[in-house]
Write a protein that binds this ligand. Structure first.
Ligand code: HEM
Length: 535
């Protein structure tokens, strides 16, 4: 028998095995999913626009003055007094994307404020158009990776190279460290872009069983991952971990699981937002109503009916690039535990030990870095959620669809696995493929997986430096602060900053995950994709 998918070199099976690598599957094209061969997921041809048409000047004016308004404490009032602008005048994708960016910055600034209590209510003037833009783009009405990176970049010299040194961001909440955080992420999108065409070529090569073409594509994919890791390491150059943790993250945080906003945010004047609880048919309010305190804070106008939405904030985990690479290489992510650490079960020493282990080994541990008990399977008994898949909800619709189309495409990993361990034989029992070429395919595939592991190793170190260590320092500083007699302290301002114990004690992602166990699991799943020749 001469089945190319034969599972054994010497004993062909009675019936042909299934086509594990889905070689009849359709392969997507980049252009159908708003992906550029050079810019990847970054909008290009035309580039992101820098200002909306004149009708939207009231929004742009607020963004121009965002920092000043925040500092002056007058942002909320200004937003409440905005005219309600319709999105009907937005004429093309770039305008919709720009509007989403502008409203993301204003919306986040409104909710979190500057040393103010979070606002549970988002006024109709922002809530309604933000929700319309999100619907149109397949995003959610919260700040996302798309708001701060994809739609927020420009080239300093438009005819110059797509490289970090020639990139700028249009907006930040806080300044240059934050800008660098976005810029490095944007540069990583650019460095990864060649991998996207190569993934499609690799899938075509699998279909055609063309090892030379497959090897060339795998080489490009491996080089791209290496370049992503290299540029990611430039993060340390101009983004100070203290500034990032204590100044920047605040604005990028969502309200999916927030102590400050336990019901999420109330989108005034919006009939429904994705995932919103059902509304009361009589009052028009969703089951949970904004608190009396929120209502009293909320200006003088009567509150319109609306809907509560609970969403995670912006996270680099929302980059479609890494999802594509995972899918292309057959790296599968399992659900992660959702157990939350609390002040009660936090143990810093265990957290430190865990982190030390995390940066030197891939072995799983039975303690989370926050010192919370975790079983070796990563479960605390709480329901498990696949955080990596969850992040796809926060990607632009066409990019999410592209990843899903890749999932339906031919499986490169299954092909390499077969090639390595069940090579196809001709009528004489000889390998159909040149064994040296096939060995090279296995090596190149494994190199791609190892590059992904290398990326995740380095990323873990970044997260440790920018979040876990900073959380610890903040906790230590608070513990060392002299305990004054509260009776002798006068609090001068009506603006109170609530102690954020959970934020201090928990090293959590802006996207809302318990960090290190999640990232370690993701790295472990990467390692599991390696194809090992069976002897
Ligand atoms: C200061 C720099 C960075 C910090 C503090 C950081 C932080 C995080 C955090 C907290 C998560 C967990 C998900 C969440 O809860 O939000 C995460 C996930 C992730 N980040 Fe980053 N990140 C940084 C830079 C980057 C860069 C530059 C990239 C891309 C090149 C990147 C790619 C990813 C990916 C792909 C995930 C999903 C987890 C995985 O696939 O293993 N990160 N990051």
């Amino acid at each position: 028998m001469n089945c190319p998918f034969a599972s054994s070199r010497t004993t062909p099976p009675a019936t042909p095995p299934p086509s594990h690598f889905r070689n009849n599957a359709t392969i997507p094209t980049l252009k159908d999913y708003d992906v550029d061969p050079i810019y990847g997921f970054l909008p290009a041809n035309p580039m992101p626009i820098r200002r909306l048409p004149a009708a939207y000047e009231p929004w742009e004016n607020i963004l121009d003055n965002l920092n000043a308004l925040l500092l002056a404490g007058s942002l909320r009032k200004t937003v409440e007094n905005l005219p309600l602008l319709s999105t009907d005048l937005l004429a093309n994708d770039r305008e919709w994307q720009r509007a989403y960016l502008v409203l993301s910055f204003i919306g986040q600034a409104y909710v979190w404020g500057h040393s103010q209590q979070a606002s549970e209510v988002l006024p109709v003037t922002i809530a309604r158009p933000w929700n319309s833009c999100s619907e149109r783009l397949g995003l959610l009405p919260v700040i996302t990776y798309a708001s701060v990176t994809l739609y927020n970049y420009r080239l300093i010299d438009p005819s110059g190279p797509l490289k970090l040194d020639n990139m700028a961001v249009m907006h930040t909440f806080t300044g240059s460290d934050e800008a660098w955080f976005y810029l490095v992420s944007i540069a990583s999108e650019a460095e990864g872009a060649p991998a996207l065409s190569a993934i499609l070529s690799a899938m075509h090569a699998v279909k055609a069983q063309d090892l030379e073409a497959l090897n060339a594509s795998l080489t490009t994919i491996g080089n791209s991952i290496e370049a992503i890791t290299k540029v990611m390491l430039r993060m340390y150059e101009r983004n100070d971990p203290y500034v990032f943790y204590n100044r920047v993250r605040h604005f990028l945080t969502g309200w999916e699981d927030s102590n400050d906003l336990p019901n999420g945010v109330y989108y005034e004047g919006v009939d429904s937002v994705p995932g919103a609880p059902a509304k009361c048919p009589i009052s028009g309010f969703s089951a949970a109503k904004p608190s009396t305190e929120s209502l009293s804070q909320y200006g003088s106008k009567p509150l319109q009916s609306g809907a509560f939405g609970k969403y995670a904030g912006a996270s680099t985990g929302q980059s479609s690039m890494m999802h594509c690479l995972d899918v292309a290489l057959g790296i599968e992510h399992r659900p992660t535990r959702t157990g939350r650490c609390t002040a009660a079960n936090f143990n810093l020493e265990e957290a430190k030990a865990h982190l030390a282990a995390a940066s030197s080994s891939s072995a799983t541990s039975t303690k989370s870095p926050t010192g919370c008990p975790v079983s070796s399977s990563g479960s605390t008994g709480a329901s498990a959620v696949n955080h990596i898949l969850e992040m796809r909800k926060y990607m632009p619709g066409p990019h999410r669809a592209f990843i899903e189309a890749l999932e339906r495409g031919p499986s490169i990993r299954a092909f390499v696995e077969n090639l390595t361990n069940n090579p196809a034989l001709d009528a004489n029992g000889n390998s159909v493929h040149d064994p040296a070429l096939a060995a090279e395919t296995t090596r190149l595939y494994n190199r791609c997986v190892s590059e992904m592991r290398g990326f995740r190793d380095r990323h873990l170190q970044i997260v440790a430096a920018y979040i876990v260590t900073q959380a610890r320092k903040k906790r230590d500083a608070e513990a060392e602060a002299p305990q004054e007699d509260p009776a002798t302290i006068s609090i001068p301002s009506p603006v109170t900053e609530k102690p954020k114990m959970r934020e201090v004690l928990q090293a959590r992602g802006t996207g809302g995950t318990d960090l290190i166990p999640f990232l370690k699991q993701s790295r472990q799943e990467t390692i599991e994709a390696l194809v090992t020749p069976q002897v």
